[in-house]
Design a protein around this ligand. Structure first.
Ligand code: T1G
Length: 654
């Protein structure tokens, strides 16, 4: 039978006596106004057609439904509203079954929850990621999910926003079954249920649970929320589903959703969402084809190199890890195998996955073995002559079209590139440690980097599942330049009257997982100390310079590794150390500074202002392309709270 069209994005065909509705709204099948009206039109048609016994909802393309259309937020609402469409699905007198191929997210998951049956394709995922956008589900998710899978599991999924894969969804009771051909299975299920009493999710009674278990699940979400409202509100709504009837619960959910949708937190997280997508769009790269990368060489298997190797292996690349001696190569291989084993332990990788990774790994002490690499990333000691020597050698070993990447943090990649015969194939890939965990990679577009080399580097980072931010050449790139400015300002405040723990607790209350001094202690104080000593001769004597950190290092306080830094760690716990306070007081006295009190708000304002000034300088110099890129660097590399949108976004708000 011919195709029926219910709106520009919703069509249907008849499979015998079942109406099979298809949503086609690229790129992610969001629930835009014409999708909602199309679904209602299809339901109305099926209700009036006597020979139709049931209905199937499916999505064309790789995503079932990606959720509400985020671009409609802030615009006047257009009827029918999603909650109305969903109520109509649940109340429909004929069975409605969804065939979920790909992701059912947010409103897409809520559509699925309201159906009378849910068949998952093998690649299906179900998730309510709203808290990641600073909102709560707004079309019944917090009320229907606990009815289907229980309060505890619903708190976990909604509170974290994580998606469940098909097998987990079936185990939880979120999906009824997995089918290789979900459409055929859903059609059969609709037909089978015709004329029978339907299982309406909203009518299910939530099984009673132990209050202590609920408290524990809630505490887990709260602990991770870092001061963000949405997860806490989401948990409250899920819990309330046990006390309210559906109608009351939906009304409370809607009210909370509308309140949070207009919140600063949600505006910040939406900014982050769109900035993440914009980051990949590099103007100079339209119509540039990337080179093929299958085999990745990693030079150096220390903490950084082994992390990069693991990341490449788990993303399907062949990896050749180079070390200086066969012994070092063997222990590098062991280090990599160790990280993979931990990933298996924490269930991020299967045992077979680990075996497959190890089968794709070659560890060698022979540089010539890198001849087959399409890309070589160096992660050796950050010393200019070490790196230039290495690049000179690599240049004559790898194929002429292979790409050479440096992971330097502070050296000039243009100088490193100049050691090669063809600097156009050199690019910077600045990973953050531990590289198998941290999502951010600054992709450094060097003076001579060819466009297709830059495009290949971006493609590589994308396949690693990480976030690439393109940046120009400058000392410290985007992140470390801002971090230095922010650290300098924090140290000015120490001299002016604040103490490390006051600054750290202001930052932690703002949403950073750890304050700047605690972070420095973690990273170790000696690298920055060595750098300050190196730069001392060139420093302008008129420039304000805080010596406190130098005094601490001279006193042998190098951070967590020796249990003494900005804090003391007598039993591993961070504690305020009067000896540090004494060093700070002496520094103030030496400069005749009369200390004054700082409120948390002023601390944050000054640190933000320092970040933003440096950010503006980076934009003016053309090092960063967009304010959003700077926000993403600080969020993903330096712990800036995503729900504040990053420093550039936060400054624009205040
Ligand atoms: N609305 C509008 N545009 C969207 C969108 C959405 N929900 N999701 C993605 N896009 C755009 C995106 O900006 C990009 O555009 C393009 O689609 C491809 O995206 C009532 C309140 C679905 C897993 O949070 O997680 O439902 O840059 O590059 O890697 O309770 O997009 O090409 O112009 O990310 O294949 C809940 C958000 C909404 C899902 C696909 N849903 N999206 O990933 O492609 S709130 C979400 C994603 C809600 C109800 C409520 C991912 C994806 P452009 P992409 P992808």
């Amino acid at each position: 039978m011919a195709e029926m069209r219910f709106s520009e994005s919703v069509s249907a065909r008849l499979d015998g006596d079942v109406l099979v509705v298809a949503i086609d709204n690229p790129p992610v099948n969001a629930l835009s106004a014409h999708v909602r009206s199309g679904l209602v039109a299809a339901l109305d048609y099926a209700a009036g057609a006597r020979d139709i016994v049931g209905l199937v909802i499916s999505g064309t393309g790789r995503i079932f439904i990606g959720g509400a259309d985020i671009r409609e937020f802030g615009k006047p609402p257009v009827a029918p509203s999603l909650p109305d469409v969903i109520d109509q699905i649940e109340a429909f007198e004929k069975p409605v079954v969804c065939a979920v191929t790909g992701a059912a997210l947010g409103g897409g998951c809520e559509v699925a929850l309201a159906c009378h049956g849910r068949i998952a394709g093998e690649n299906a995922t179900f998730g309510l990621p709203e808290v990641k956008l600073g909102i709560v589900p707004g079309a019944g998710g917090t009320q229907r999910l606990p009815r289907l899978i229980g309060t505890i599991a619903a708190i976990d999924l909604i509170g974290t926003g994580r998606a469940a894969k098909a097998e987990e969804a079936v185990a939880l009771g979120l999906a009824d079954a997995i089918a290789a051909d979900p459409l055929t299975a859903a059609i059969a299920a609709a037909r089978e249920n015709a004329g029978r009493p339907l299982r309406r999710t909203g009518r299910i009674t939530i099984p009673a649970v132990d209050a202590a278990a609920v408290d524990m699940a809630e505490a887990k979400v709260v602990a991770k929320s870092r001061g963000q409202y949405a997860p806490v509100e989401a948990v409250r709504l899920v819990k309330s589903a046990g006390h309210f009837d559906l109608e009351q619960g939906l009304a409370e959910e809607r009210a909370t959703f509308l309140r949070l949708r207009d919140s600063e937190e949600s505006a910040a997280l939406r900014h982050v969402f769109f900035a993440e997508r914009a980051a990949w769009k590099v103007e100079t790269l339209t119509d540039v084809s990337p080179r093929r990368i299958e085999t990745v060489g990693v030079v150096g298997t220390g903490l950084m190199g082994s992390g990069i190797a693991v990341s490449a292996l788990t993303s399907g690349y062949h990896v050749i890890a180079l070390e200086q001696t066969p012994e070092a190569a063997a222990s590098g291989r062991e280090r990599i195998a160790g990280i993979l084993a931990k990933a298996v332990q924490s269930r991020r990788l299967t045992a077979e996955g680990r075996e497959a990774c190890l089968a794709r790994l070659e560890a060698t002490a022979e540089a010539k073995d890198l001849a087959t690499a399409d890309l070589v990333v160096e992660a050796v000691f950050d010393d200019l002559s070490v790196k230039t020597d290495l690049f000179r050698r690599l240049d004559s070993i790898v194929a002429p079209d292979a790409i050479l990447a440096t992971n330097t943090s502070y050296l000039d990649p243009d100088t490193i590139a100049a050691a090669t015969a063809d600097p156009s194939r050199v690019v910077g890939l600045h990973f953050f440690s531990p590289a198998n965990v941290m999502r951010l990679v600054e992709v450094v577009d060097c003076a001579k980097t060819a466009p297709d080399v830059l495009a290949s580097a971006l493609n590589f980072v994308k396949r690693l599942g990480k976030l690439a931010i393109v940046c120009g050449v400058t000392e410290g790139f985007i992140g470390n330049r801002i971090f230095s400015a922010y650290r300098r300002e924090a140290e000015f405040m120490l001299e002016d009257g604040a103490l490390p723990h006051q600054i750290d607790s202001a930052l932690e209350a703002y949403g950073f997982p750890m304050g700047i001094f605690a972070v420095n202690d973690m990273a170790g104080l000696e690298i920055a100390w060595a750098r300050r000593k190196r730069l001392a001769a060139a420093r302008d004597p008129a420039e304000r310079y805080v010596e406190i950190a130098d005094r601490l290092c001279e006193a042998g306080r190098l951070g967590r590794k020796n249990a003494l830094g900005w804090y003391a760690y007598p039993s591993g716990e961070r504690t305020i150390d009067p000896a540090v306070t004494a060093v700070i007081e002496a520094a103030r006295a030496a400069k005749n500074i009369v200390p004054r009190a700082f409120a948390s708000e002023e601390i944050i304002d000054r640190l933000l202002a320092a970040m933003v000034d440096e950010g503006r300088a980076l934009l003016a110099e053309g090092i960063a392309a967009r304010p959003g890129d700077i926000d993403l660097v600080m969020i993903n590399g330096y712990g800036f709270p995503a729900h504040k949108g990053g420093p550039m976004f936060a400054a624009q708000k205040s």
